[in-house]
Each structure stands twice: as C-alpha cells, then as structure tokens.
Design a protein around this ligand. Structure first.
Ligand code: SF4
Length: 365
C-alpha cells in the first residue's frame, strides 16, 4: 500500500486541521520534484495493491504533475494490475477534461469531498463549491469512474436533521458507490476553533444515528464505523489500514508502517523539500511496535470494521488466545452491550459503533 500526500488546497476550509495550505505554482512544482525523488529513493520490490493520493487537494496539481508522481511509483514499485488507485478531489477543482485525464493516468477510484449538498452549510464551513458544483462533479465523474466515493459531514453549525435527510436523499439518487461520514471536530489551529464554534454533542449523536441507520436502507452496507459501500466497493486501501497491512507514506507529514516500525515524514512542506534536495532523511521513527502494542492495534483497528476481529487470526499472529489477553475487556464490553461474540468473531454492536472510542481505550493494556 502506498499513501501519497499532496499538501495544497485552493483555500483553507474553516474546520480543517489537516496538513495543507494554499500553495503557489512554484511551490507545487518544487514539491512534486521532491516527492518523486523520495519515491524513487525508497522504491523496492514490494507488490503494491493500493495507492492513495490524499491531502490537501491532490487535484490542485496539474495532470502532468500527477503523471510524474504516478510514473515514479510505477517505476519504483511493482504495482499490481488490479491495484486500487484512489485520488481525493475537491468538486470545484475537476472538470470533464481533468476527470478524463485522471482516468487515463490510471486512477480508478475518485473520492470527492462533497461534505454537504446544502449551500448555506457549504458556505459556513468555507468550502469552495456549492451543491450544483458537487452534483455536476459526481455525474461527470461517473462518466469515467465506476468507483466514486463522497464524504459527508454532520454536526456542523446550524445543520439540522432535515438538512442531513436531504443529503441522504441526494446520495440515494447520486449513483455513487461509497460514502464516508465525518462528525465535526473543532480542532486548534482552525478558523472554527478561533471563532469559538462548539459542537452540540447530543444533536451530533442523533445525526450519527440517523445517517448510520439510513444509508443501509438506500443500498450502502456499513463496513466500518464511518464508511458505507455498495457491495464490492469497500475501500481496499482503508481496509488495509484497519487490518494492519504495511504501507509506505510519501510526502510531507505522510506516515509509514513496515510491519514493525511506524514512521512519519517531516510535516513542514518547505522543510520537507529542502531536506530532500539536500539528500537528508525526512522520516523519523514514531514507534517501534512491541508485541503488546501489536496485539492492542490488532483489536482496536480490526474492531472498527463490521466484521470485527477473528480469535483464530489473533492466535495465529501472536501465539496466544485472545481471551487470555483481553478476556476481561471483552467480557466487560459484552456485558455493556458494546461487543458481540459469534463463534470465532468478536465485533462491535450498533451501540458499540457509536461509542467505539470508549471500547478501543479499554483494549490499551
Ligand atoms: S479541501 Fe480538504 S484538506 Fe483542503 S482545506 Fe478543505 S478540508 Fe482541508
């Protein structure tokens, strides 16, 4: 698996704490040079099943720049023929020509940051697009991609359940194959934080319940706490994270995991570029994953998925019985109605999905 970070956006959204900023053409060009250099330096014979261009807004780069990065990947790794290749896009940064170009470069999955179809809300959260632009971007994308995902947000200032219901109605007729949902979190460094925006936790919980219960009624199977897909269109890349696969991370702030060590690249874009050109290392070791940490991660990452975790796989991976290690945690959360056990599988109940973080915290020994 490969993750490629593109830290540029046209404008910063009011809620966004991601590693992204507005970038000049010159900065983008330097960054692409540095990024391709990093990819080529770190290439090896790994088989790559999924590639994910995230950000930021990767579609603020030109097709030629994206092609250059893509070429560096295919020359430096063995990319499987059936690899899932995703690019995140902002609806206002793609038109028919660009989408056709993305498809012909080899991208086969498009993730559109729609967030809402409500024009007033889109303005409040500082998005560039309006609902018409989002609807047009989806229908144009569907001419070239048979795997389109959209992001939806809930818990936004002034958002109501009625507005969310309209969003779900729009999703129903949109023809997309995948939906990711995000509850608003007001994080330091964002405009919302400095404006003192707060989240109504009760309304947010109601919205989460509404959306998680409604999307499955319109054809989207919930396969993870916040992700829904038409059967067969689950994100292979994200499933890889939740099932503990190894991944490379390229670009400023990107994270990597080789099965034992978690690394992260320097976040600052200019420092990243300078270091790459100076031939210096941009990545630092974040964590050497001990056996105990690996057991904990196996549980709390796997439990994010609807299928949950397998006791047999745990035993195969760690040579220990899951109930010997986490028996009391499993029993406690089972009693609270947050976990279910069915044969080999242990998984979150619907209530457990809503309170996932509390359950995961219990798995930290
Ligand atoms: S487009 Fe995405 S990454 Fe860029 S500022 Fe908005 S939310 Fe953040």
């Amino acid at each position: 698996m490969i993750y490629i970070h593109v830290p540029f956006c046209v404008r910063k959204c009011n809620y966004c704490a991601f590693n992204s900023a507005v970038g000049s053409d010159a900065n983008k060009s330097l960054y692409v040079d540095a990024l391709t250099r990093e990819i080529c330096q770190r290439g090896d014979s790994s088989q790559i099943e999924t590639i994910y261009f995230g950000g930021g807004t990767p579609t603020t780069l030109t097709l030629a720049q994206l092609e250059k990065i893509f070429d560096a990947v295919t020359k430096s790794f063995h990319v499987e023929e059936r690899a899932e290749v995703t690019i995140e896009a902002n609806p206002s940064t793609v038109d028919e020509k660009f989408l056709r170009g993305l498809r012909s470069l080899g991208f086969n999955r498009l993730s559109l940051g729609v967030q809402s179809f409500d024009d007033a809300l889109l303005k409040i959260i500082g998005r560039l697009h309006d609902s018409r632009t989002a609807i047009d971007a989806i229908s144009t994308a569907e001419k070239f991609f048979d795997n389109v995902s959209i992001d939806l947000m809930y818990g936004l200032p002034t958002q109501t359940l009625d507005s969310l219901r309209c969003d779900v109605d729009r999703v129903k007729i949109s023809g997309v194959q995948h939906v990711s949902i995000y509850g608003l979190e007001v994080e330091p460094g964002t405009k919302f934080f400095s404006d003192g925006v707060t989240v109504d936790e009760n309304l947010c919980a109601d919205m989460y319940e509404f959306i998680t219960q409604t999307l499955p009624t319109v054809g989207f199977r919930r396969y993870e706490i916040s992700n829904f897909a038409v059967a067969g269109f689950e994100s292979r890349h994200n499933l890889g994270y939740w099932t503990g696969k190894k991944y490379f991370g390229f670009g400023a702030g990107a994270h990597g995991f080789d099965g034992k060590i978690r690394t992260s690249n320097i976040c600052d874009t200019s420092a990243y570029v300078q270091k790459i050109f100076a031939g210096e290392d941009v990545s630092t070791v974040e964590e050497v994953v001990t056996r105990q940490a690996a057991m904990e991660e196996f549980c709390f990452l796997g439990l994010r998925t609807v299928d949950g975790i397998s006791a047999q796989t745990f035993e195969k991976n760690f040579g220990a019985q899951i109930f010997d290690v986490f028996g009391s945690v499993i029993e406690k959360n089972f009693r609270l109605g947050l976990l279910s056990v069915d044969g080999d599988r242990i998984f979150l109940t619907q209530r457990g999905m809503a309170l996932g973080n509390e359950v995961f915290a219990d798995f930290l020994l």
